[in-house]
Design a protein around this ligand. Structure first.
Ligand code: ADP
Ligand code: ADP
Ligand code: MG
Length: 453
């Protein structure tokens, strides 16, 4: 592997260029017309425009991406997260053209991308799944037996879903058929696949996920867990590691389950096995596996002392797994997603020109981003402009450092979620970690707005 096409934009594209540099690889950046001035473009060894602003004509344009890869003499393609990262057809096309797709093989992407099929696979490998339907269900009528065994409330989920979309909650048998049809129609529209499956909606759960790496031959390791319970509309806002609520025994069991699944499917590369955890019953259940690197990988890097993107490249080159689980005493890390959104106005997007960007510095403070003073945040793409990651010897120190870093982070010209995070890190529920995945919507935001009025 000598030259890598980076099929993405934003912070992950820039992060991938850094990993290429660390490994002595040449990088080829791609960009849509309005992204021409983006830092991943000048940071890379080479670059090429792949189309106009809309993702469908640029970052999702497989023909354009493959053309650039081949005409530049690339031998590998790095997909990052989002866009084509979990597109099995794209992975297959890369391999057909003789390009190494830096990720699992197309078959594994396809298997895990079908969340109903992934449930079955997890179950087969002895990983507990949420009580739910055996596979996809074809109609509301055909769900009678499943409904009986699952019990309400029921979560109707798109088999091809992702990014927190394509879910409906049915509280009663009366509303189930209508919501089932809605979910199916929405899934068809958003993902081109109307299949849905059912899970019991478990209330007041935490989201805890395990980072894994596999060598494609049946060996896998975990690199610890991340707690992503702070969410809004099923989208993560901040993530931390280790989870503040697990006992050593629970943690070991969770890690072992994830590794069992990765080994069972002979997983290759980086993946994340997501679970929900019920703090009352102390049970955890598999919800899905993401067959790519995740936005929140830096919290794991801080604890493991490893470059997980470089590890993806090394495994794609056919080298064995070199990362190890974090050592005891690795400390605590928290990541804050800085989105160009006005959290006081229902998280309305806030694109535009950044007049001033003054990130904090200090021990244990890391910023992964791609904007600076004078940058323009475009309205066409994901609103995340940077991630602030803090690390401390323990959670209390990480929180102290987070408060200091957030309070000195100055951004002018656009609105961001920095203000939201400043409130969160001072909130007693968050400090005690007495939270669940609906905490932001049901408790935190109502309290915040009540106080603001
Ligand atoms: P995480 O944040 O845990 O890495 P997400 O599911 O939030 O995972 O996805 C990461 C990125 O990929 C986000 O930009 C999200 O919007 C995008 N994404 C994930 N799944 C899909 C999908 N099926 N369709 C479109 N975008 C997606
Ligand atoms: P996506 O592919 O969109 O990321 P997930 O299956 O990972 O979808 O679910 C997204 C979020 O929805 C989870 O992080 C969790 O907060 C919530 N969730 C998913 N399944 C359940 C469930 N059965 N009960 C309660 N909450 C759930
Ligand atoms: Mg998920």
């Amino acid at each position: 592997m000598k030259k890598v096409l980076i099929a993405n934009r934003g912070e992950i594209a820039l992060r991938a260029v850094r990993a290429c540099n660390a490994l002595g690889l040449e990088s080829v950046a791609v960009y849509s017309a309005p992204d021409a001035a983006s830092p991943h473009v000048w940071a890379a060894t080479h670059s090429a425009c792949i189309g106009p602003a809309p993702s469908a004509q640029s970052y999702l344009n497989a023909d354009a991406l493959l053309h650039v890869a081949l005409s530049h003499g690339c031998d590998a393609v790095y997909p990052g997260y989002g866009f084509l990262a979990e597109n099995a057809d794209f992975a297959e096309r890369c391999e057909k053209e003789g390009l190494v797709f830096i990720g699992p093989d197309a078959e594994t992407i396809r298997l895990m991308g079908d969340k109903a099929a992934a449930r079955k696979t997890a179950k087969k490998h002895g990983v507990p799944v949420v009580p739910g339907s055996e596979g996809a269900v074809s109609s509301a009528d055909a769900s009678a037996a499943d409904i009986e065994s699952i019990g309400f409330p029921i979560l109707i989920k798109a088999s091809a879903g992702g990014g927190g979309r394509g879910m409906r909650i049915a509280q009663t048998p009366e509303e189930f058929p209508g919501l089932f049809d809605q979910a199916s129609r929405e899934a068809e529209q958003a993902f081109g696949d109307p299949s849905v499956y059912l899970e019991r909606l478990i209330s007041k759960v935490r989201h805890i996920e395990v980072q894994v790496f596999g060598d494609g031959k049946g060996n896998a390791v975990h690199v610890g867990e991340r707690d992503c319970t702070v969410q809004r509309r099923h989208q993560k806002l901040l993530e931390e590691a280790p989870s503040p609520v697990l006992t050593g025994e629970e943690r070991a069991e969770l890690h072992a389950s994830a590794v069992r699944l990765a080994e069972g499917v002979k997983y290759r590369g980086a993946g994340t096995v997501e679970f929900i955890f019920d703090p009352r019953t102390r049970e955890f259940f598999f919800i899905e596996m993401n067959t790519r690197i995740q936005v929140e990988h830096p919290v794991t890097e801080m604890l493991a002392g490893a470059d997980l993107i470089a590890e993806q490249f090394r495994i794609a080159r056919g080298e064995g797994i070199s990362v190890e689980p974090p050592q005891s005493g690795a400390g605590h890390a928290i990541e804050f997603r800085i989105n160009a959104e006005s959290f006081e106005n229902d998280f309305r997007p806030s694109p535009g020109r950044i007049r001033q960007w003054e990130p904090p510095r200090g021990p244990g403070v890391r910023i992964d981003g791609f904007v600076t003073s004078g940058s323009t945040v475009l309205p066409y793409y994901d609103s995340m402009v940077a991630k602030l990651i803090v690390h401390g010897a323990d959670r209390a120190q990480a929180l102290e450092r987070a408060r200091a870093a957030l309070s000195t982070f100055r951004v002018e010209g656009i609105e961001t979620t920095l203000g939201l995070h400043r409130h969160i890190v001072c909130n007693p529920d968050f400090i005690e970690s007495d939270i669940h995945t609906k905490w932001v919507e049901e408790r935190f935001l109502p309290q915040l707005h009540g106080r603001d009025q």
